[in-house]
Design a protein. Structure first.
Lengths: 95, 483
């Protein structure tokens, strides 16, 4: 029984919002199987009582002051929206 | 007139000040040479000749006006295409950003603009920096300037090839698991991955946020120090950036201090699997540094051998999260006015299925897998714990030594196409560079002299925020050659 079947790949692809062809789902199931098998080596390491590293730094709570402000870029970010209306991002119907 | 091939940031700056040439002349010459040569190499994805010439003219005016002049004034630099320069494209090597134009400057760009640097263009890279050969670019291959049948390394292969191919004096790359150091080694240039937090990532298209760092690719160690000092520093736009000040020792290392550094050789970095040329490079570099009076000692990093597993769990997990924003709503493969489905789920599936290349899809899926319930503890949390142990290995080693030295990559540049069908073989290229990323340590690839033929670099890893140690050692190694 493979750890990551083609059916699992299809499910993961749906979760990750990726459309995959049948052939690619096949190939990826083999690839992931091989890669995840490599991870097995981690099982042999005793990690009891070890605190996981979350993030790349031990700095905590580095926040800017929470001040209201206005964007000074004249809405340039919105220029790149694929579809917009009156400077606002246009999205398809959700419901 | 000196040729482009002989230019470093340092001698460009002195030549400019002494009036040997104008910035405009040199920039023009670079574009002429790029047009002649880059058809073969493929280092650049886009050029900004108009913007660069304007910046060069401004630099020439500043020189004429005199006063306090930055060492980077007028300097022609190549920028990896995952960093934003306002008004220019920033594809990150992906079809999904083919038509995207940056709305603002990345912090590193802002700093370099302030210093008067000139950006020649944006360089090729593996899509979203995922790869070790630049073959995963959605747009083109980049060839190694030393042998055009071979890869330049990756993912910052375009910047490394531009510098090695004399199509820029220096470049910026980004390094998540070796993406500055491996191409530096393959192309025979200096590549520095700074300490995690030393350089702001604001305006860098994120790959794996707990690992990514921006750094320089240059022809000399001194140039790397110059460029690094200019881009480093705390930035309120990047919460992981640290408040550090790098003093003069970065640019003017003292031989007495450098000689006194103790260098550790981790036995895990010298196992089987190193090619003959890599072994020779290490032998020569160690002998050279010994001749300076540097003391060597064997150290152990017992968890280093798990680095690859650890990395290929943590990195894809962060990738799957960071790349969720490329959804067809804010960014679309078809660009503006592209045809898109009116159904939201269909739009997501289509945009991401078509816009992302095979390696990106593979890593997004892998990341989704290790984060999914039932596997989260077994893979993701386990890897985070092993990452802690790896950091502790380094802490322990740095109790005995000041710098750790090893190879950058087990081989020199491999042939184009050689590893594209086997993702695991490609991933193994990063096995010696990943530990520094997982531990957030600064690491540099310095071109060695021990191998004949293709370039091979060696790696120096320092304590957190001790770039001065590794660059200082590198600089004295470099000076031995020219002596």
């Amino acid at each position: 029984m493979p750890l990551i079947s083609k059916k699992d790949v299809a499910h993961l692809a749906q979760l990750a919002r990726l459309k995959l062809s049948d052939a690619e789902a096949d190939k990826l199931s083999g690839d992931l199987e091989e890669i995840v098998a490599y991870f097995k080596e981690l099982e042999s390491i005793d990690t009891s009582g070890v605190v996981p590293v979350a993030g790349g730094t031990d700095l905590t709570n580095v926040f800017r002051e929470d001040e209201a402000g206005t964007s000074d870029d004249g809405g340039k970010g919105a220029d790149q929206f694929p579809d917009k209306s009156g400077g606002l991002l246009k999205v398809p119907n959700i419901f | 007139m000196i040729t482009l091939h002989g230019l470093t940031l340092q001698n460009f700056a002195s030549g400019l000040r002494e009036g040997k040439f104008s910035a405009r002349e040199i920039i023009k010459e670079f574009f002429d040479y790029i047009k002649e040569r880059d058809g073969v190499i493929g280092a650049y994805l886009s050029l900004d000749e108009d913007g660069a010439l304007k910046a060069a003219e401004a630099a020439d005016k500043a020189i004429a006006a005199g006063g306090n002049i930055s060492p980077l004034l007028g300097a022609p630099i190549a920028i990896k295409d995952n960093m934003l320069i306002e008004g220019l494209s920033a594809t990150a090597g992906s079809k999904i950003l083919k038509d995207y134009r940056a709305a603002y400057d990345a912090t590193v760009i802002k700093k370099l603009k302030k210093a008067g640097a000139v950006f020649l263009g944006k360089t090729n890279m593996d899509e979203f920096a995922m790869g070790s050969s630049t073959e995963n670019s959605a747009f083109q291959l980049t060839k190694n300037p030393h042998d055009t049948k071979r890869v330049p390394g990756g993912s910052s292969g375009g910047s490394a090839a531009a510098v090695a191919g004399h199509m820029a004096i220096a470049g910026l790359g980004s390094d998540t698991g070796g993406s500055i150091r491996e191409p530096a080694s393959f192309c025979g240039v200096v590549g520095l991955k700074p300490t995690y937090g030393a350089v702001s990532r604001h305006g860098l298209i994120a790959m794996a946020s707990s690992l990514d760092q921006i750094g320089p690719l240059t022809k000399t160690v001194r140039d790397a120090a110059l460029l690094f000092r200019e881009i480093s520093g705390r930035d309120s736009m990047d919460a992981t950036s640290a408040d550090t000040a790098y003093g003069t020792e970065l640019l003017e290392p003292e031989l007495q201090k450098i000689k006194g550094l103790r260098v550790g050789l981790p036995k895990e970095f010298f196992g089987s699997g190193l090619s003959d040329e890599v072994s020779k490079t290490m032998d020569e570099a160690i002998a050279s540094l010994k001749s300076l009076g540097v003391a060597f000692k064997e150290v152990s990093l017992p968890h280093a051998k798990y680095a690859l597993s650890c990395y290929y769990i943590i990195m894809p997990a962060e990738v799957s999260s960071n790349l969720a924003r490329f959804d067809g709503i804010r960014y679309a493969a078809g660009g503006r006015n592209g045809k898109q489905s009116d159904n939201l789920l269909e739009r997501y599936l289509e945009t991401r299925g078509e816009g992302f290349g095979p390696e990106v899809r593979r890593r997004v899926l892998l990341g989704t897998f290790v984060l999914s319930s039932g596997y989260y503890d077994a893979y993701y949390v386990k890897a985070q714990k092993v990452r802690r142990l790896m950091g502790q290995d380094f802490d322990k080693a740095f109790g005995d030594v000041d710098v750790i030295m090893g190879p950058v990559c087990p081989t020199s540049a491999f042939k184009i196409g050689e590893r594209t069908d086997d993702p695991l073989a490609m991933y193994l290229s990063d096995i010696l560079t990943i530990p520094a990323n997982l531990a957030g340590l600064p690491a540099v690839s310095i071109p060695g002299r021990g191998a004949k033929g293709l370039p091979v670099g060696f790696q120096l890893i320092g304590r957190h925020f001790r770039e001065a140690d590794i660059l200082g050692l590198g600089e004295y190694y470099e000076r031995l050659a020219s002596a």
